[in-house]
Ligand binder design. Structure first.
Ligand code: ADP
Ligand code: MG
Length: 353
């Protein structure tokens, strides 16, 4: 607590898809073990290091256990603001990692082995909640950022843009966002499906919009003050324990393709307006945050809705896990390298939870 910690970055390399395998794509990404990954192609030969690397053979469970996701859930219960975000080009496995294939087919429920980080975290959260008695109050909100508009994915009716505000006590927050209390795994999974369904339905109308939108599911965990009697001789006992409030936020970021290096500010602002301002702003904030504390300049969280919403978890007091997703195919090489560079830079970001 209060100590400087680094953002934890893990990498997931998905298997070649059937289409990629059928057309004979070369695999250019190889895991070397110990968190190292090697990219080798005609004119590229590079090794990158992460906290963990999951290759094509890694199960959903292995990713949950090996990424530190379980600890993140526990820290959120302890009152920290925890965020996990999946990053990578469209088709690299972000949604699969977070939700499993379940999000793709509405009719058939996925096999339990394929459930993603989100469902596994919910299970873990509810188990903990049960084992602690009923002193945890859980609620969820689900929104997306599309074209710099924040929309509620849970409230009924057509998606409406909600204002993003700032207050001294709350920091940045979304006004009038629906927050739904839940007590069971079925309830939260059904909220997740409902919201993802709304995101997908509008994606059909708005041509590939889902790969251009960021989805944020936030779980608020309030532990009510413990009213147990102090043990004899224990001075002020558990009754003096303040109530805690933690959050666990899952971010399925928009596809990172077409996002240029956050080099010159001129290029940045032009692209920002037309393509994906949020993702560019996030890259920009990350590269500034990656500088040593003494050399940091102002961090422009206000540049986009996404960075405003992630300000606390990225820059200040939150704990963040980033899951970078890549395809092993030679055809994705340049996007893969750009994701690897982005993720490597993110490893230098520090926070004081
Ligand atoms: P994204 O959300 O990054 O656009 P998806 O999660 O939709 O990508 O994944 C693209 C495709 O690849 C989907 O058909 C998905 O089922 C498949 N896929 C992704 N990751 C894996 C994996 N680890 N194992 C098996 N299939 C995967
Ligand atoms: Mg997706």
């Amino acid at each position: 607590e209060g100590r400087e910690t680094r953002l934890r970055v893990v990498l997931r390399v998905r298997p070649l898809t059937c289409t990629e395998a059928r057309r004979g794509d070369q695999q250019v990404v190889h895991s070397l073990g110990d968190g190292a990954v090697h990219v080798s192609a005609a004119r590229h030969d590079a090794t990158f290091g992460f906290s963990a690397v999951f290759d094509a053979g890694a199960s959903q469970e292995a990713v949950f256990e090996g990424s530190g996701m379980r600890q993140l859930v526990e820290l959120a219960i302890d009152g920290f603001s925890c965020t996990v975000f999946a990053f990578g080009q469209t088709g690299s496995g972000k949604t699969y990692t977070l939700m499993g294939p379940l999000a793709q087919s509405e009719t058939q429920p996925a096999s339990p082995a394929l459930l993603g980080l989100m469902q596994r975290s919910f299970t873990c959260l509810l188990e903990q909640s049960r084992s602690r008695g009923s002193d945890l109050a859980l609620s969820a909100s689900y929104l997306e950022i599309y074209n710099e508009q924040v929309r509620d994915l849970l409230s009924p009716g057509p998606p409406r843009a909600l204002p993003l505000r700032w207050s001294k006590t709350r920091g940045f927050y979304v006004e009038n966002q629906l927050s739904v209390e839940f007590e069971s795994l079925e309830a939260i999974v059904s909220l997740l499906l409902q919201g993802s369904q709304r995101r997908r339905t509008s994606a059909h109308a708005l041509n590939r919009h889902s790969s251009r939108s960021h989805a944020l599911l936030t779980i608020r965990i309030r532990s009510r003050a413990v009213s147990a009697h102090p043990a004899p001789g224990e001075g002020w006992g558990a009754s003096a324990c303040p109530s805690k409030q933690g959050t666990l936020c899952f971010v399925d970021l928009a596809g990172s393709e077409r996002v240029k290096e956050t080099g010159s500010s001129g290029e940045l602002s032009v692209e920002a307006n037309s393509i994906n301002r949020s993702l560019l702003a996030l890259g920009h904030c990350i590269s500034l945050l990656a500088k040593p504390r003494g050399k940091r300049t102002h961090i422009p969280y206000r540049d986009s809705k996404l960075t405003r919403l992630l300000a606390r978890s990225l820059g200040g007091s939150g704990i963040t896990l980033m899951v970078a997703c890549i395809s092993p195919s030679s055809r994705c090489l340049s996007e893969t390298l750009s994701t690897l560079h982005y993720a490597s830079r993110a490893r230098r970001v520090t926070a004081r939870p």
